[in-house]
Every structure is written in C-alpha cells, then in structure tokens.
Design a protein around this ligand. Structure first.
Ligand code: DX5
Ligand code: ZN
Length: 236
C-alpha cells in the first residue's frame, strides 16, 4: 500500500499581512495541515509569528496545526501551544536539557510529539527517544533563514532522510519523517524516495511566487507520486 504523504504549508511563507486570506486559499486548495514556525529570535535571528497570532489563527480554522518550535526556552512555548490546542508540537533537541520530560508532557495532552534536528545534528541523539516520537523533523536548511535566499538546502539532505528511514524501519517504528527547508519542486521526489512522509511546503514549492498556490500544489502532487513510484521500485 502506497504511503500517504502530507503537504504542510509553512504559514510563515504566506502573506503575513493577509493571514486569514492565505489560510482560506490553503483550505480551498484542499490542504488540511498548517506548519507554524515559532522562532524566538535567539535560537535563530528571526521571529516570523507570535503566540497571539497563533491563538487568533486557532479561532478561524480547524486545520491541523503542526507547530515547529525553534527556541532556547522550549518549555514555555510547549505550554503555550498546549494551552492554545494544536495537533503536533515539535521542538529542537539541541536546546533541550529535558527532552524526555518535554516528550511526556506533550504526549500526556494527547498531542503528537516531534523532535527537530538542525542539519548537522547526528541521528544518534535520537537513540533513546525515537520510539516515543510521532515525528522527527529534519531541518534541511539552517533554521530561521527561510527568508535569506542565499540559504540553500544542505547537500546531505536525502542521505540524512534515508539514514533516518533505515533507523525507523530497523526498530519497526511508525515514526514519521518531516522535512523542512527548501523542500522545492526540484527536491521533492528525491526526498519522498528517501523516505520523507511530511513535506513542509514553503517559498520554493507551494508559495513559489511564479505560479498560483493551487497550481503549485498540483506540481507537488505529481512530484510526490514520482518519488513514491521510485521508492516502491527500490524497496520492492
Ligand atoms: C525555518 C522554517 C522554514 C520554513 C520553510 O526557517 O522552518 O524552513 O518553514 O521555508 P522554505 O521552504 O521556504 O525554505
Ligand atoms: Zn519549520
């Protein structure tokens, strides 16, 4: 049975001066998940969305909120997202002293939990916590630099996805692989073939300015199908 690949539009890449209009356009395109980046300005020199913005977004849509926390003080933002009510909370292991505690705190609130890794962070940090993760988010650019057009996807993106996929399969887990950062029309089929399940769609795919969002979605879906066919051929 073919895998189900989720397209998660990164709302920080939408028109932040017309957020509700952007959300409606995403809903009308038939997408059901929003990737919401919270960056504290310290973890990375960026701060696209605030807590109150997310709180107000929660009031206007039933889409699934896939929250990606990029912060030095994870617990505060985790508690705020639990208060607002979101479907998945992902935090970075690089700034977590108490990773196991945060994972349990999120799971206790019947919320999916993800751990995020910066590009250079080795997969071995997941050795003892992977079985508790619903999702592992692999950053494929240095976080917080989405708006810096000079920031390119790391050269080892597909290899890292492949290595994580093997790690998950070897443990018989159902953990999903989320890829975030320049998940572009050029890289989607390779990342899906490597094992990606959730594609954070930003400035180089869904919000690629030269086409309409709904046309970009159609392009993405054909590239996803291509990647799945190639993966099926490789894995038999
Ligand atoms: C960290 C963010 C971005 C964003 C996607 O900066 O997580 O990766 O969601 O940005 P693109 O797809 O435009 O690189
Ligand atoms: Zn993100």
């Amino acid at each position: 049975m073919q895998k189900n690949i989720t397209i998660a539009p990164s709302i920080m890449c939408a028109d932040l001066c017309n957020l509700e209009k952007s959300v409606r356009e995403i809903e009308e395109a038939g997408l059901d998940t929003l990737h919401i980046d919270i960056i504290d300005g310290a973890f990375s020199p960026s701060m696209p969305l605030g807590i109150n913005t997310i709180e107000q977004l929660r009031q206007i849509t039933d889409m699934k909120f896939d929250v990606h926390i990029m912060a030095n003080t994870n617990e505060f933002f985790i508690q705020e997202m639990l208060r607002i009510g979101v479907e998945q909370i992902t935090f970075h292991i690089e700034t977590s002293f108490h990773t196991d505690r945060y994972v349990n705190l999120i799971k206790k609130h019947n919320t999916r939990v993800g751990i995020a890794l910066n590009p250079a962070t080795p997969l071995s940090v997941l050795d003892y916590v992977l079985p508790q993760c619903d999702t592992v988010l692999l950053m494929l650019i240095n976080p917080g630099f989405a708006t810096d057009k000079g920031e390119k996807q790391v050269t080892y993106a597909a290899k890292k996805v492949e290595d994580l996929s093997k790690m998950i399969q070897s443990q018989g887990l159902d953990t999903k692989i989320e890829v975030d950062g320049r998940v572009s029309l050029d890289t989607i089929s390779t990342l899906v073939r490597a094992g990606a399940d959730i594609l954070v769609a930003g400035s180089t795919s869904l919000f690629e300015r030269s086409n309409r969002l709904k046309d970009n979605k159609i392009f993405m879906e054909s590239l996803i199908a291509e990647g799945l066919n190639e993966e099926a051929t490789i894995n038999g």
